[in-house]
Design a protein around this ligand. Structure first.
Ligand code: URA
Length: 214
């Protein structure tokens, strides 16, 4: 299942426009903040689909009944660009455990793009709800690689993938290889460059958030 945020009018569109805007995105703090705000919005949307249980809470004047989350999800992200997006989700699911991956892309002289995994740090995911926050879904290959490994190793109860901008190709790749995931995406763009940057996209999210790499 895929949910596209910008299919409906909401304040999320403003944050997305600012992320894409070549002038506004030079303000690194605002760029990170907009990623964080979209993380909060998508986490809130996901929260509406989770299971709840009744509780009673004592106020100074009586007792109130509410429904609260049965369990906190695990929030995973791929560094670097995923960090502010992940922080937004953590602001919403404020008792969640976290998992971190590192992967990098290398384009060979032949033009072929290779994905390498470097690092994984995760709690036990057996029986857990997992939300993976990956702001830019380009080819989808690094995401599928990470998800496949986790799905092979753990009995994950429910998988959500949160994305700010996806390429149409990347979205189809993830849907084909991880059909069980519910994908939440800010917007979907049609094209990619030969180096797998999304067009129009927003540029390199990691560099915009944290500075150019070597
Ligand atoms: O367009 C893209 C694709 C992957 N990662 C980015 O930061 N931007």
């Amino acid at each position: 299942m895929v949910t596209i945020l910008t299919k409906e009018n909401s304040i999320a569109n403003h944050y997305l426009v600012e992320l894409r805007d070549i002038n506004v995105q030079q303000d690194r703090m605002r760029f990170r903040n907009n990623l964080e705000r979209l993380g909060e919005i998508i986490a809130y949307e996901i929260s509406k689909t989770l299971d709840y249980e009744p509780v009673k809470v004592q106020t100074p004047l009586g007792e109130a009944s509410h429904q609260v989350l049965q369990e906190q999800p695990v929030l995973a992200t791929i560094i670097r660009a995923g960090l502010p997006f992940h922080q937004g989700m953590l602001n919403v699911f404020d008792r969640a455990d976290s998992a971190f991956f590192a992967a990098y892309r290398h384009t060979k002289k032949s033009g072929e793009m290779q994905v390498y995994k470097k690092y994984l740090n995760t709690p036990n995911l057996d029986g857990r709800i997992l939300i993976i926050a990956d702001p830019m879904l380009a080819t989808g290959r690094s995401l599928v690689l990470c998800c496949k490994d986790l799905l092979a190793e753990y009995e994950i109860k429910e998988l959500h993938i949160a994305v700010v901008i996806a390429s149409e190709e990347g979205l189809q790749h993830v849907r084909a290889f991880i059909p069980e995931a519910h994908i939440w995406v800010g917007d979907v763009d049609n094209e990619m460059t030969s180096k797998s940057y999304i067009v129009p996209g927003l540029g390199d999210a990691g560099d915009l958030a944290y500075g150019n790499k070597e």
